[in-house]
Design a protein around this ligand. Structure first.
Ligand code: DQA
Length: 154
């Protein structure tokens, strides 16, 4: 299989505390675990015919390293940076340097919550921001990212 015919690979990054999904504030984040969410992402990727890699870290530096590694390798990055969304210049700089389409996802509607969640360092870099749709947000982002990646590859 030539490089051009390889299925596009989309990187899905989950930031801090998202490993606690299912037990963490279920009234805000729902009852699905991160494994449930990743299984749904994987299933949708198979339907769409794209490759996907899902990773979670509580460490800002590890997320930066993964974003750096995606440059020239992944077709797009879907990221829920958790609280780092609101604080991390380092993650925003890495996303800018990756020169890839970025899709920002939040499970909750961050604009209906505390004011410190209303600012995102990522939104200005993103093709789209999806928040408040729970885990479906990842699936919408994946569908759009896959369509865009296929259009570029065609
Ligand atoms: C979140 C929203 C953030 O404000 C929060 O810190 C999270 C999760 C969400 O998915 O709704 O950890 O990104």
């Amino acid at each position: 299989m030539s490089a051009q015919k390889m299925p596009a690979k989309i990187l899905v990054l989950h930031g801090p505390n998202l490993n606690m999904l299912g037990t963490r504030e279920p009234d805000v984040y729902g009852h699905e675990t991160l494994d449930d969410v990743n299984a749904a992402i994987q299933a949708r990727a198979e339907e769409l015919g794209v490759g996907v890699a899902c990773r979670q870290s509580n460490s800002e530096g590890e997320l930066v390293t993964w974003i750096q590694g995606a440059r020239g390798q992944a077709a797009a990055i879907i990221i829920n940076a958790g609280a780092y969304t609101h604080t991390s210049i380092a993650i925003a700089d890495a996303l800018r340097a990756a020169e890839l389409p970025i899709y920002e996802v939040h499970l909750s509607n961050i604009y209906r919550r505390e004011s410190f969640r209303h600012h995102s360092h990522i939104s200005g870099l993103a093709e789209a921001v999806i928040c408040g749709l729970g885990p479906d947000g990842y699936l919408y982002a994946l569908t759009t990212a896959a369509k865009a990646a296929k259009a570029v590859a065609a």
